[in-house]
Design a binder for this molecule. Structure first.
Ligand code: 173
Length: 323
């Protein structure tokens, strides 16, 4: 080839490349939920996806695949890790099979906005990137303490003789309270209650009506403990493939979602009132026992975290501690 032709060909190639970069293809991300499609978390997610897709035309889109019928609850983490899906809404307790640290996020005692300021979010991402092949995008549930719901009366913080449905969130604490524990996905709780396989279950303050558990629930033990964490996570290679513009857009949308988290404070109060109306009685302890109960919840969980992943637990603990 003549030299001049060669230069012209190279220039043409370069121009095509540049044009291709400037007008990046629209990318569609596949998203699954580890929680039921008719539950409050997906209800909160749906309008967000709609807005995302409206504003992301030509740039970035989300295709909501579905809930646990698409991918079973405890498989969602692996699906994100391996890139079977790009995005998931899940809680860490559902993917401790990917990394035990996933469940540590229930121990945050500062809001996600503060976690972004104080370095917690970066520290989380370092672990999620390395161990989970995931980007931790952001948290869409806060201010939802967990409770113990039971069908047999309890007069003190002791679950001796009770069979309680758990996920990793509650395991160490409920065992420390002498419960017999049985792990199930949320989708199996109703049947387990109905058949008497369990006498109770752990769940946040909100959401028990979504799968009709109020029909099989007599008591809620107060106070609540930890903070239910539900977040958006993304397959790391899929995240890295995004253009800067797509990443900025994604970040903007996630921050907007986090900005709506004040919703959960009122929802907690509304749900507690709704439970009372449905005849669910609150079991309360005196002030000293209540404090000891919550202190024990954190102490047991941090001790377990420090045993499972000492370095990460040590890094997270000061960043998660209340100011
Ligand atoms: O299934 C569960 O009880 C659980 O671990 C959880 C975590 C976060 C929100 C709701 C439930």
């Amino acid at each position: 080839m003549e030299r001049r032709t060669l230069v012209r060909a190279a220039a043409a190639l370069l121009a095509t490349g540049l044009a291709g970069g400037a007008a990046a293809q629209e990318v569609t991300l596949r998203l699954v939920s580890a929680f039921a499609e008719n539950g409050i978390y997906v209800q909160r997610l749906q309008p967000w996806i709609q807005k995302f897709n409206a504003e992301g035309k030509g740039l970035l889109q989300i295709n909501f695949i579905g809930g646990p019928r698409a991918i079973p609850t405890f498989e969602v983490g692996n699906a994100v890790k391996t890139g079977v899906v790009d995005l998931a809404m899940s809680t860490g307790a559902f993917y401790t099979n990917v990394m035990p640290e996933a469940d540590f996020l229930k121990l945050t005692q500062v809001p996600i906005a503060e976690q972004r300021r104080n370095g917690a979010w970066e520290a989380i991402n370092q672990v999620w990137n390395e161990k989970g092949n995931m980007q931790y995008l952001g948290r869409m549930v806060e201010n939802q303490p967990f409770h113990i719901y039971v069908n047999k009366p309890v007069s003190k913080p002791d679950l001796t003789g009770l069979k309680i449905r758990i996920t990793p969130v509650y395991r160490d604490f409920f065992q420390a309270l002498n419960a017999n524990v049985i792990t199930t996905a949320p989708g199996e709780v109703y049947t387990a209650l109905e058949r008497g396989v369990v006498d109770g279950y752990g769940w946040p303050i909100g959401g028990i009506f979504d799968l009709n558990w109020q029909e099989k629930t007599k008591y809620r033990i107060d106070p609540g403990f930890y903070d239910a964490e539900v977040s958006l996570v993304m397959n790391l290679p899929a995240y890295r493939k995004l253009t800067p513009q797509q990443r900025d857009f994604l970040q903007k949308q996630v921050l907007a979602l986090e900005g709506e988290n004040t919703f959960w404070t009122k929802y907690a109060a509304d749900e507690a009132a709704r439970q009372e109306k449905a005849g669910i009685q609150a079991i309360r302890f005196d002030a000293a026992s209540s404090k000891a109960f919550v202190d024990k919840a954190y102490q047991v969980a941090w001790a377990s975290a420090e045993k499972q992943s000492p370095d990460v637990a040590k890094r997270f603990k000061p960043l998660f501690a209340p100011k």
